[in-house]
Design a binder for this molecule. Structure first.
Ligand SMILES: [Zn+2]
Ligand SMILES: [Zn+2]
Ligand SMILES: [Zn+2]
Ligand SMILES: [Zn+2]
Ligand SMILES: [Zn+2]
Length: 313
């Protein structure tokens, strides 16, 4: 046991002997005075910025030169370490800003039960489609717009030509995803023989009715070989990737705005993940990202890649 630890526990023992044992084994509740932070500040006279090397005041939360966050905060719900400019804890999945409405970004005093701007309750909104409780304006599970502002955003996006193009490609792509290719050469032969038989029957029927040169319309098969299908899918996929890149959300001062815009622009019918510019993590949506204000984009997920997503639903 080193001396520091010895004197620390001795001190506690003299102040609150009956609590010292319990205290050493229990995490500090978030609202107690921040003793550990004071100690840390005394140890380091200056705080070096890990991004640019600038020597900052010991209590600085952000670098005075480059503006990057240099102090960690603790999540008020679970105590996890988080950046001071994060508004969401990725460990316990709670929204953590009391002064900003999580639905519309309006400034709050912190004591409101409902946002004076958008009227949303602080306790969360239940999605009418899937019953999930949400802290944000869109359902993190099914994508339903939950506030009037969110519905308005969706209506605006639907007028955007890029977004319309995206929806069209998604429709084509999901059609191909669900298409059934020929399993074998025999499959293809069977379908061709079936078509020949149909033509012959129609021809005979027409002759019975006295038509000498009947016009028999060919039935175009919608099925294709596995290779043809994969090729078409690859073409659509690269178109889809290109348009999702084009619709990538740039960094913005407001995390709430980025979250809402990204959720509003998510098309239905294809499996997507949100890749953020913060940690380049793959989220199921920007609702699982601590810093959506850094921007990000949707990417297409393969059929069996759900394991790559690192947040909960
Ligand atoms: Zn810096
Ligand atoms: Zn937390
Ligand atoms: Zn609001
Ligand atoms: Zn939902
Ligand atoms: Zn993220």
């Amino acid at each position: 046991m080193d001396n520091d630890f010895q004197s620390h526990t001795d001190q506690e023992r003299t102040i609150r002997p009956q609590l010292s044992m319990a205290n050493t084994h229990r995490p500090q509740p978030f609202h107690t005075p921040q003793q550990p932070m004071q100690q840390a500040a005394q140890q380091a006279a200056v705080k070096k910025c890990p991004y640019c090397g600038f020597d900052n005041e010991p209590e600085a939360m952000f670098c005075a030169q480059c503006g990057q966050p240099i102090s960690k905060m603790t999540c008020p719900h679970c105590g996890a370490e988080i950046d001071p400019d994060a508004d969401f804890c990725e460990v316990c999945h709670h929204y953590i800003r009391k002064d900003v409405c999580s639905y519309c970004g309006a400034h709050l005093s912190g004591n409101e039960m409902y946002c004076p701007e958008c009227g949303s309750p602080k306790g969360g909104l239940v999605c009418p489609t899937c019953n999930t409780l949400n802290d944000f304006a869109f359902c993190k599970k099914c994508g339903t717009a939950l506030t009037e502002e969110a519905r308005q955003l969706v209506r605006e996006l639907q007028k955007n030509p890029d977004y319309q193009e995206l929806l069209e490609i998604v429709r084509d792509y999901s059609k191909l995803e669900n298409a059934l290719p020929y399993n074998s050469e025999r499959d293809m032969m069977r379908e061709q023989n079936g078509e020949k038989l149909r033509e012959r029957v129609l021809m005979l029927l027409a002759k019975d009715e006295g038509v000498e040169a009947p016009v028999i319309r060919k039935v175009e098969s919608k099925r294709m070989t596995k290779d043809q299908l994969e090729e078409q899918k690859a073409v659509k996929l690269s178109m889809l990737t290109a348009i999702l890149d084009k619709l990538a959300v740039p960094p913005s001062p407001s995390p709430v705005q980025v979250r809402n815009y990204a959720m509003a622009s998510k098309p239905v019918g294809v499996r997507l993940a949100w890749v953020c510019n913060y940690k380049h993590a793959m989220h199921s949506s920007p609702c699982g990202c601590a810093k959506p204000q850094m921007g990000g984009k949707w990417i297409v997920l393969g059929r069996n890649s759900s394991a790559e997503i690192n947040d909960d639903k």
